[in-house]
Ligand binder design. Structure first.
Ligand code: FE
Length: 183
């Protein structure tokens, strides 16, 4: 009888001690899917955001704001992802929306991170851009409307598209073991 109680006690201790790390991992994952300085950033919430630039100016870094909200362009061959080949998912640095998988990234000679397709329909939206005497297609985040870069028709198969993006508005999250979404 005594042995049975001892066994139960060991089992209970094991049960409670194994629960704590799981809780910690869950909390850590939730924390890394958000940004303390930006309450609108979420890698799980897909609800559209329609916020004035004044709000974005408060929550984004000056570098991200200059591209995302003021349509700036980082100099070629200077961004952190233009020749990066890690396996994972690229998210919008302004709002956390999933944009591209590393499987769709290709080695481009243009000096900006380039992809041949978005991660899902609607993750990127498009508008005509006639600035600087050119006719181009501007690519925007489908959730928050951040300027990401431009879309061209000179990409590789299977789509023939080239999403020419600015590294500064992308957040790369490596795949976890056995996960394809990085979450
Ligand atoms: Fe966004």
């Amino acid at each position: 009888m005594k042995q049975r109680y001892l066994l139960l006690l060991v089992f209970a201790v094991l049960l409670f001690s194994s629960k704590a790390p799981a809780e910690n991992i869950r909390t850590l994952r939730t924390m890394e899917q958000q940004k303390p300085s930006n309450p609108y950033y979420s890698r799980t919430d897909t609800a559209k955001l329609n916020l004035p630039d004044a709000v974005w100016k408060k929550v984004l870094s000056p570098e991200v704001y200059a591209v995302a909200r003021q349509k700036g362009t980082e100099p070629a061959f200077t961004g952190k992802y233009w020749d990066y080949t890690g396996k994972g998912t690229y998210y919008c640095a302004a709002c956390g929306n999933a944009l591209f998988r590393s499987d769709a990234k290709f080695a481009s000679t243009c000096g900006w991170p380039s992809f041949f397709e978005e991660v899902r329909k609607g993750s990127v939206t498009y508008i005509p851009d006639r600035s600087y005497g050119m006719v181009r297609t501007e690519a925007l985040c489908g959730r928050c409307g951040a300027h990401l870069g431009h879309l061209f028709d000179d990409g590789p198969p299977p789509t023939g598209k080239r999403f020419c993006m600015n590294s500064v508005v992308l957040d790369f999250v490596p795949d976890r073991h056995g996960s394809k979404t990085g979450q």
